[in-house]
Structures are given as structure tokens and as C-alpha cells.
Design a binder for this molecule. Sequence first.
Ligand code: NAD
Length: 308
Amino acid sequence: MKVLITGGAGFIGSSIAEELLKENIEVVIVDNLITGKERNVPREAVLYKADIRDNLGEIFMEEQPDYVIHLAAQVSVSSSIGDPVYDGDENIVGTINLLKTCVRHKTKKIIFASTAALYGNPQFLPVDETHPVAPVSPYGLSKHCAELYIQLFSRLYGLPYTILRYANVYGVRQDANGEAGVVAIFIEKLLNGEVVNIHGDGLQTRDFIFVEDVARANVAALTRGDNETINISTQARISIQDIIGELSLIQATSISPVYLDERPGDIRHSILSNDKAKETLNWNPEHSFSTGLRKTVDYCQSEHLSIK
Ligand code: NAD
């Protein structure tokens, strides 16, 4: 079996590549390396430096992938607000171009990396897949548009899909620059001996999922969850203060964050139901927050030492 991953040189895509290789599945990656890195790509995977908005016909002809896992995207919420045209081009037009190629080359199924961002401000918790879609950023909207195109192509051309809506993903190879997740930023600051900033009182909660668990959900979706939309989360409430507490334990040091003003528009609490994922994909998140965080800190520490 061969799987083509778009965005496979990025944070989440590279973990999916590793997980597939563990299962003896061949991996081909299409990535323009705009945020991804060549060194993230496992040695056994084939990398094509290409853009999903370009003609991918030759790559598909050469590689004949059975399945496609689509992660390549403009992933920054703030960039999407600054440049919604670029965001739409990457996330909507790029997805349509890929879908056309999948149909032409009779791909068996496409698995799409979607996001909790499309739910907007939660009307109830935990947010399940029936929650209204009400994005508050162009990024949330463009990911939802991509979902709708995937569903349309399934109806028009019979291309099976699974849409996975990820909660906040953290873990190894997450870039602490740009608009990274709070976990990567905090760890980077601590390793550099810098002060950690918290916006608001730090009691706001999020649903953090370890990247290896997300990768396992993608592998499960190769054979399960056809034409379903499924949240991928731990369904556990972790506050920003909890992250500081866990990091203090791991580092055996007391961390004194600096409290800044709350950011306007910040969602107070967000938690996704994972009941459907457990049932449909026969999947469970294996990492508690402390286990995943420990692995992430170990990875960042070894990277930090190798860079110095
Ligand atoms: P990332 O930036 O590390 O990965 C994105 C990858 O796509 C990068 O390797 C980048 O070079 C590549 N890429 C971007 N535009 C491309 C294009 N036009 N053609 C080819 N390659 C292109 O980000 P990530 O956090 O790993 O996100 C991966 C996917 O998961 C995205 O679709 C994102 O929307 C989704 N997602 C991420 C999170 C999270 O918490 N990180 C949460 C929900 C959903």
C-alpha cells in the first residue's frame, strides 16, 4: 500500500509519515517546504518539492498512490485575517486542485486534516460533530469550504473521504516560531531562559492532543470512517496554568509567568467530544497530557543541545 501525504514535511504530516512507515506502508510526500522542513521527512519516504496548487498529475502517474492524506495548508489564524485571499488560495483552491487529481487517478480515499477552529465560539461543551459551524476567522472558513468540496467530490465522483477535525495538536517537531501552539512556545522560552507570557488569568482551557495520537487516527482512517467527519481530541480540559504546572514538575523548577492583558476574541473554554472517533475509528488517545508533554520536552531538549 502507498500513501501520498500533502504537507508531510510539516509538524503533523511528518509524524503521520513515521506512523505509516511503522506499519510497512510506503510514503510519498508532496510539500512546497514553505513551513515544512526537509529534515522532518523520514529517510524511507520519497519527497517531492511541489505545490498542491500546481499540476500534480506527473507525481500521481509516477507514484500511483492508493490513498491521500491532505494536510498542506496555510495554517495561521492571524495570517488568514491579514491575507484572506492567500488563505483561500492555499486552503480552498489547493484542495480543489488536489481533489481533481485524486479523481483522475482513481485514489481510493482522501483523509483531510480539518480543525476545531471551524466551530467558532462553542455553544455547548464538549463540542461534538453536530455543533453548528460558525468560524470566526478566514482560516476556519477556508478549512470548512475545503470540507464541503471534499463532500461534493464524493457525491459527484464517488471519491471516499474521512474528515478529521483536530483539537490543539502539540508534540515533537512543532515549530515554536510563527503562530505556534502554546506548548511549543512555552518550552522554547524555558529552554532559552526567557520569561513565559500568559494572556489573561491562565484559567482558560483547551483540549490538547499529542501528535502521535493524531497520526494513529489518520492510519485508522485508511480503513475506517468512510464518508464521516470526526473530531480528534483527548476530551480533557487543560488550562494554561496546568501547562505551567506540568512544565515546572518536568523541569523540577518553579516557573513565574508574566500575566498580560487578555487577547480580544480569545475563546475561554474549548473541548471536543471524541466519542465518535472512539466508536468509528476504534481509536483512543494513548497519551495523557503529562506523558505527551514529557516526550515533547525531551525532544526539544535534544534539539536544543544539537543546535548549540
Ligand atoms: P505545518 O505548517 O507544520 O504543516 C503544513 C505543511 O504544509 C508544511 O510542511 C508546509 O510546507 C506545507 N504546505 C503549505 N502550503 C503548501 C502548498 N501550497 N503546497 C504544498 N505544501 C504546502 O502545520 P501543521 O500544524 O503540521 O498542520 C498540518 C495540518 O493540520 C494543516 O492542514 C492544519 O490546518 C491542520 N491542523 C493543525 C492543527 C494544529 O494544532 N497544529 C490543528 C488543527 C488542524
